[in-house]
Design a protein around this ligand. Structure first.
Ligand code: WT7
Length: 685
């Protein structure tokens, strides 16, 4: 243990810690250890801290050997070259580049489907689908899924989609969404899934950036009691993009008859095609397009600190190996498990842990179209019992929203199939952790609180449920091959117990390789702030036992219900309102969403503030980004606190927004300190 400087400091000393028995009142959060049961650990893939440490040690000392052993379990048409990994992660030494398994020829769809069917899993259920309404469901075996993917892949090829072409997918959680992703991967096309809650403007912005040959959508979807006409949003987006010179040849539209009818769907002949009219006519087998490990697999846009979303680019081989391995270990996956991740495929979680990671393991996955509190707050546990879900992976915001309802919505359902719980998207507060653990999991199921990002492709810091005692609210220790470091303002690594900026040293197979079309922004955002490291944008602390505690974003990104929203995007949406002169947006604590969006708005000279105006400002954001980004609060600001050089002092705005008025700090450097009192006076307008 001594020689392992890379190891979580103090990790070997766990047994000496002051363990607290479950359910007793806890004096200090940090010392509160929750041990996996003996039954759980004895059957787990990694069953002790020692075993974890040995594996982690090998992954750090011999990453090439560690990862190539795992990669060899997959199918490669041709093995990679001599170098498993080639990388430069230090801007001072030239351009950043990362390559894993370069020269290896494979296909991730083949590894998800054909390989499993050939291994005898053809009749195993690949997907259970649960519709928005209770009695609407479906399922597909691995063989059936392969056939459906092949039919769509053949169609895509037939209309001219080729290796390397972008395809935009704007679909809700129908089985057709993972099918579409896999079909693209099969033919080497690069999918870019856009969350079907984004507005026409946002969709258009992404279409203009990646210029897809084709877009996949459906006519409408029901989410809870509401019907959303997705095709109408796509029509509007395609109008906007064509004005910008980007036209899309084909709009393949799935007829989601449970939400609307064909007659009610607007149609542009020549461009729009009904999925059900064409796809089933194609052969159910389709040759695989073999690609290099470093060929792009997908683009996924995410928010950063400027207005323009970033196209995070992931490649094939490393991502495949990494998502499969993280899924397997972090959830202690067994072939008998039924796995449900509540995330939408529009986000990275749905890419890595609805589609690729689980299917690479031949897992049975639940895909849910609806919302967790429709028709009531018991829906999740109803679904858990219905499909005998054993691994349930969700977000803290959902836990907090369900916690507010009567416990009977949980206890009315058996939940006895559950074995492992998971959390992702934001730090899980200890009280939500306990409710999830004690009530939902009957104090029986370890919680994997997985810290990672769109950029990292897969889990970076995560419990291995059978190995470590857990501390509620801590993501625990790094995954194999991952070397997190905490640095101070100057970029110096801090050892032992500390707080600072979370960076990663070295690369891991699932890392993103660039930002689409903007490698410079990739380097500037992630590798320049602390030279020699990947900078996550998160703050974190490490306690005396080496456990990591994530403390949230340190950049201009707000995490609302686990959705990442750039303050600059919301500000630019608000500022485009004709009566808005300027806007400044900050995050504030929110009981259910984690963070809420709080917007300070300066109006054009002479315009009076009114309820009507407030509504139209909020509507502006809904239209330009999507409903999930709508500000929770608009604060009328005749003036904003600015330095003499004109920089908005967000620190002060954050304090005003959270009403911590005694903590405003030094305001004497403001160009006009009186705006602060003015803002405080308007706080309740
Ligand atoms: C940001 C990444 C990665 C899947 C979903 C979000 C926050 C994510 C955790 C966690 C604390 C977390 C971070 C991160 N985050 N998981 N378990 N504990 N914070 O992906 O949209 O790329 O957002 O989400 O702030 O930087 P994303």
């Amino acid at each position: 243990v001594e020689s392992m400087s890379l190891l979580p400091s103090g990790a070997g000393k766990i047994s000496q810690l002051n363990a607290v028995v479950l359910g007793e009142s806890i004096a200090s959060e940090e010392n509160d250890l929750v041990f996996p049961s003996k039954e759980f650990s004895s059957q787990a893939l990694v069953s002790s801290p020692q075993q974890y440490m040995e594996m982690h040690k090998r992954s750090m000392e011999d990453p090439a050997g560690f990862w190539s052993d795992i990669a060899s379990e997959f199918f490669w048409k041709q093995k990679w070259g001599d170098r498993v990994v080639s990388e430069n992660l230090d801007v001072r030494k030239g351009p950043i580049h990362i390559e894993w398994f370069k020269g290896g020829i494979t296909n991730i769809c083949y590894n998800c489907l054909d390989r499993n069917v050939e291994a005898g899993l053809g009749d195993k259920t690949a997907m259970f689908w649960e519709g928005n309404e209770r009695d609407v469901d479906a399922s597909l075996t691995y063989s059936q899924l392969l056939q459906q993917v092949c039919q769509l892949a053949n169609y895509l090829k037939d209309v001219g989609v080729k290796k390397g072409d972008a395809v935009v997918i704007y679909l809700p959680m129908l089985m057709e969404l993972p099918i579409a992703m896999l079909a693209c991967a099969r033919i080497g096309a690069v999918h870019s899934v856009v969350f079907a809650g984004f507005s026409a403007d946002s969709l258009a912005q992404r279409i203009i950036d990646c210029k897809p040959k084709l877009i996949l959508t459906c006519n409408a979807v029901k989410r809870g009691p509401k019907t959303i006409n997705l095709k109408a949003i796509v029509d509007a987006a395609l109008d906007i993009s064509s004005k910008d010179g980007v036209s899309v040849d084909v709009c393949l539209t799935y007829d989601n008859s449970s939400a609307t009818t064909r007659e009610d769907t607007k149609w542009q002949n020549g461009r729009d095609v009904w999925w059900q009219d064409v796809v089933p006519k194609y052969p159910t087998s389709c040759e695989v397009e073999w690609v290099d490990a470093e060929d792009p697999l997908f683009l996924l846009y995410t928010s950063g600190s400027t207005g323009k979303p970033k196209g995070v680019l992931h490649t094939t081989g490393g991502y495949m190996v990494y998502t499969a391995t993280t899924f397997k270990y972090a959830f202690d996956y067994k072939s008998t498990d039924v796995y449900w991740c509540t995330a939408d495929c529009g986000w990275i979680t749905g890419h890595s842990y609805v589609t690729y990671g689980p299917m690479l393991n031949g897992a049975t996955v639940v895909v849910f179209e609806g919302t967790p509190n429709y028709p009531d707050s018991g829906r999740c546990w109803e679904i858990v019992d219905k499909f005998k879900v054993s691994i349930f992976y969700t977000a803290p915001t959902l836990v907090r929203s369900l916690m507010r309802d009567d416990d009977k919505f949980v206890t009315n359902h058996s939940r006895k199939s559950l074995r492992v719980l998971g959390s992702v998207g934001e730090p899980i507060n200890p009280s939500a952790w306990r409710w999830f653990f004690n009530l939902v999991g009957d104090s029986r199921c370890p919680i994997s609180d997985t810290w990672w990002q769109t950029e990292t492709g897969g889990f970076m810091i995560t419990p291995l449920p059978g190995a470590w005692p857990q501390k509620p609210g801590s993501a625990t220790f790094p995954f194999f091959g991952v070397q997190p470091v905490v640095v101070d303002e100057k970029g110096n690594e801090i050892e032992g117990e500390c707080s600072g900026y979370l960076c990663v040293k070295g690369s891991w197979p699932g890392a993103f390789r660039t930002l689409f079309g903007d490698h410079e922004r990739y380097e500037t955002t992630y590798f320049k702030p602390f030279a020699g490291y990947y900078f996550s944008g998160d703050g974190c602390s490490r306690d005396k036992d080496g456990y990591y505690w994530l403390t949230g974003r340190v950049d201009d990104v707000i995490n609302v219900s686990g959705h990442r929203i750039g303050t600059a995007e919301v500000e630019s949406a608000l500022a485009s309102h004709p009566q808005c002169a300027e806007a400044a947006v900050v995050g504030v604590e929110h009981e259910v969403k984690g963070q809420g969006i709080y917007a300070f708005v300066t109006l054009v000279e002479g315009v009076p503030y009114s309820e009507e105006l407030r509504k139209s400002l909020v509507l502006m954001v809904r239209n330009q980004i999507g409903a999930f980004a709508a500000p929770d609060r608009i604060h009328w600001a005749p003036g904003l606190p600015k330095t003499r050089s004109g920089k908005i002092m967000r620190r002060i705005l954050r304090k005003i927004a959270s009403r911590q008025l005694e903590e405003l700090g030094d305001i004497s450097t403001l160009a006009d300190p009186s705006v602060v009192d003015q803002l405080i006076a308007l706080a309740d307008v």
